[in-house]
Design a protein around this ligand. Sequence first.
Ligand code: ZN
Length: 243
Amino acid sequence: MRALIVADIHSNLEAFEGVIADAETRGGFDQIWSAGDLVGYGPSPGQCIQLMRRYDAKAVAGNHDLASVGEMSPEAFNDRALAALIWTTTQLSDDEAEYLRGLPRRLELDGFTVVHGSPRHPEWEYVHTPETAAANFAHFDTPICLIGHTHIAIMCRSNGGGAVFEKFQLGVPSVLTGDSFIVNPGAVGQPRDGDPRAGYAVFDSDDQTITHHRVEYDVTTTQRKMSDRGLPSHLVERLARGI
Ligand code: ZN
């Protein structure tokens, strides 16, 4: 079984379609697993929801998904995120809102726990450091936990009560055996590591490996749609720089 692992799609249809097409050329996949934030920031919330449903993806809710349907207060959102959130709310059909409302905050799949932020605080915690990761290993029972939220890919291994961040090299399979792991596949729709290409990962259960990939997509089209819809210019500009 091969799972295409995505996170932080953020209403970016061009990036989401680009990731699916790229994964198809790299051996394909049987399922899509998503670590949350399907909507928010970007210009195509409804189409991204439809694409996710077409693949019958196994997905959890992120903070943007929850806030866009009134399941979470947006008080911690900055002004630009809030502006995009309010616009998103006006775009969702009843059916699309119902889909987001029905997403769980935590899922267990074939040895994986899937959450958005962290297993300790699924809605909000950012796992940026080995210290934060180390504190989270006690909060899931499966060998591997998939997260999103930081928009930065990490491969973290438990290490005698602590945690180490290992190289998550592009195109090089990492073997997930012998320890516990926290893995972030990077953001599909709004990368923040200085590389504007969409990020994702593929898990292969036959050899228990996970591989990180990046793919270029049509950033200009996404940016034009965002401008046309009146979304904040900073959100438009950051896509081209991957910040
Ligand atoms: Zn996000």
